[in-house]
Design a protein. Structure first.
Length: 695
């Protein structure tokens, strides 16, 4: 035990090189995505901090947390609350509160979003937050309203009289608290202790705004209601309002703005009349509105944030750095990177993602991108194929002969272009997309394509092979799996499916599962650099699972390479000479230096000359980490994990091992947060290293 204590002490004196290595960095875009809510605070130097909450309502993923702009939306930076779907933001003094959907309940920041702490309210969906003195109220979608008087140390349900607990909005006006539920409006005069039913609507209230003795309510389906007697009676005020699904209301001076599913409306006379103010908007589905006293901001369902400096007369998208988009396709051509998104079109970067420029095809789901010389092809879900001959400056449809317009896969071999469709099989063009010919697998959904020599492989419900350019097809295995992605290393063919990764070394005749070490088996994307294979997975098995994995032994073993990656739902991967790029669902594009990832791979696969215990990766971790070690000689091996008292909490290896490089996955889901140590004993060699578990 004395020797163990000495070794443990030494660990505090050294910093491992692995802890200083590079990590994933979120690029500046593509900018946009779903914005659910706003909060505005003074920044102490005469300006304002503008916060936005991102993510789909009710989604377990697809949100990038909270972003901050200090320059009226010109640029955005991500705060410390990462990878969360944010439904509500509220400010009280120096406190910033965030309510999430399926992301841990309520969070609090006291330093302008730099750091966040959980407030302990573990509910599925927090829809709204209100503050009245020391009382903080959280409206939830399935449990009614909660109240805390001690900043979240304890919470209590306050639902007496609130016989509908599906709460969409809560707000405070003077000494009264108003709650919008699935069956109408409730009011409380004693901080939620009791509730009174005051407005039985046919549609749920989604927002409140107060102006003197006037209370305005925006509803889902009935438009705007007005009460002049503290909610005792209500009148519909919809004249000129062309859409009655009112998601949000905001007052700026005496001007009342309504954000609807079909744009923004303005009333200058307390709702008596409304006029559309949509000039400049390309996304008319408005989730939220706010003002900093001078400017108006609109958060939309797809295209991020819009700014108006002239009372809504015109709007301008301000999304630089708001990397909250859903990226489904990536393509690299020299120093140019292209990203295809859901409903925001195609984006281009020539500086590895530092800046992104929109190239058009807005309102299209870009499922596939491919290059053929100077031509760029974009496959869309529903509009077929678009072609650009000038690096994306202009596009034209290239659909002649393409009878199915849901194009989800593209691959190019010399002058031949193959397009896989959803439910329509494969199409083939030999003239740069001028015309297309169906070549088989009609009525099949083709999500992946690969070419080895004269063999053409198609991923559908199983793998299909054609040796004659698509004239005929045969089944090539995996018939019970939906094949999503392919990759080639030499003659080794890898197939990513919703149930794991498989390898064939004989052109599809036989397949072997090769996904040991992956924490999620839904393999959306594969990318190759030399002998290194990268796998991009979803996180459907849990928010801390998934991400990017690396194998340098043809899939025999995998290690997670997710340090710094704020979104583990990976939809596409691409590689250039410098970086590995990952397109995420709701987090834009991330990048990581390829040289560092290849270095990690080489460390684990060169013939070892010495006994080595590597630093665990990642570190800190939650709850999985990889511990790797090298043996120059065959010997008995024991690898254990200890707590700070020197007690063994896990035995990872205990037996004979041949010379070589090894890696072990350590799952600490049953252990509390803290400092742990792992010890390797191999022959006369013994070493201890420190690791940190943060939950």
């Amino acid at each position: 035990m004395k020797n163990l204590v000495i070794l443990i002490t030494l660990q505090f004196l050294f910093i491992s090189y692995d802890n200083l290595q590079a990590q994933w960095v979120q690029t500046s875009g593509p900018g946009g995505g779903t914005v659910q809510c706003f909060a505005v605070t003074p920044n102490g130097i005469g300006g304002t901090n503008l916060f936005v909450g991102t993510g789909q309502s009710g989604s377990t993923s697809g949100g990038s947390g909270v972003f901050l702009s200090t320059n009226n939306g010109t640029t955005w930076t991500q705060t410390g609350l990462l990878n969360k779907s944010i439904r509500a933001l509220e400010v009280s003094g120096t406190n910033l509160f965030a309510g999430t959907a399926w992301s841990g309940g309520m969070y609090l920041s006291t330093d302008e979003g730099l750091n966040w702490t959980s407030m302990g309210l573990k509910v599925n969906i927090v829809t709204s937050i209100a503050v009245s003195g020391k009382n903080i109220f959280a409206g939830t979608l399935d449990s009614g309203i909660f109240r805390t008087t001690n900043n979240g140390t304890t919470w209590a349900k306050v639902n007496s009289g609130l016989y509908n607990v599906q709460v969409y909005c809560i707000d405070v006006n003077g000494g009264y608290l108003f709650a919008g539920t699935n069956t109408g409006v409730f009011r409380s005069s004693n901080d939620g202790t009791n509730w009174t039913y005051v407005n039985q609507n046919s549609s749920p209230p989604l927002s409140f705004v107060f102006s003197g003795t006037n209370i305005f309510e925006g509803s889902l389906g009935d438009g705007v209601y007005l009460s002049t007697d503290n909610g005792n009676s209500w009148t519909v005020v919809n004249t000129g309002l062309t859409n009655l699904n009112v998601n949000t209301l905001i007052l700026s001076g005496t001007d009342l703005y309504a954000g609807t599913e079909k744009g923004i409306a303005l009333s200058t006379n307390n709702g008596v009349n409304w006029n559309a103010v949509n000039t400049g908007l390309t996304d008319y589905f408005v989730n939220s509105l706010t003002t900093d006293g001078t400017n108006l901001y609109a958060g939309t369902n797809t295209n991020g944030v819009y700014l108006s400096t002239n009372k809504g007369a015109s709007w301008l998208a301000v999304n630089s750095g708001l990397a909250n988009t859903k990226v489904y396709s990536l393509a690299v051509n020299g120093m140019d990177q292209f990203a295809g998104t859901l409903n925001l079109g195609v984006f281009h970067s020539s500086d590895n993602g530092t800046n992104w420029t929109a190239l058009g095809l807005y309102n299209n789901w870009i499922c596939a991108l491919a290059f053929n010389g100077t031509n760029i092809f974009a496959g869309t879900y529903g509009a077929g194929i678009y072609l650009s001959t000038n690096n994306g400056s202009t596009w034209k449809q290239a659909n002649t002969g393409l009878t199915n317009l849901k194009v989800v896969g593209l691959i190019i071999s010399e002058s031949n272009i193959y397009a896989g469709t959803e439910g329509g099989g494969i199409f083939f063009s030999t003239n740069s997309g001028t015309s297309w010919t169906p070549i088989g697998l009609i009525n099949f959904s083709i999500h992946a394509l690969a070419i080895i020599g004269t063999n053409l492989y198609a991923g559908s419900l199983g793998v299909y092979l054609s040796t004659n350019a698509g004239t005929t097809w045969t089944t090539a295995g995996l018939t019970n799996s939906s094949v999503i992605s392919f990759a080639l290393i030499g003659t080794n063919l890898f197939a990513g499916t919703e149930f794991g990764l498989f390898l064939s070394t004989n052109k599809g005749t036989d397949w072997t599962e090769v996904d040991n070490g992956m924490t999620d088996n839904w393999v959306n994307a594969l990318a190759v650099s030399g002998a290194n294979l990268f796998s991009g997975t979803s996180n459907f098995s849990g928010p801390s699972n998934g991400g990017v994995f690396l194998s340098s032994n043809y899939g025999t073993s995998w290690m997670a390479v997710n340090t710094g990656l704020g979104n583990n739902d990976i939809r596409v991967l691409a590689i250039n000479e410098m970086y590995l790029f990952a397109g995420t669902f709701g987090g834009g594009v991330w990048r990581r230096p390829l040289s560092e990832l290849v270095r990690v791979s080489k460390e684990l696969n060169e013939l070892p000359k010495d006994y080595t215990l590597f630093q665990n990766y990642p570190n800190p971790f939650n709850p999985n980490t990889i511990i790797a070690y090298s043996l120059p000689l065959a010997t008995d091996v024991k690898l254990i994990v200890l707590n700070t008292l020197g007690q063994t909490v896990a035995v990872l290896e205990n037996g004979f091992k041949n010379a070589g490089n090894y890696s072990v996955n350590f799952n600490a889901s049953d252990l509390p947060s803290g400092i742990y140590f792992y010890k390797l004993e191999a022959g006369q060699f013994s070493q201890v290293k420190k690791m940190i578990l943060i939950k």
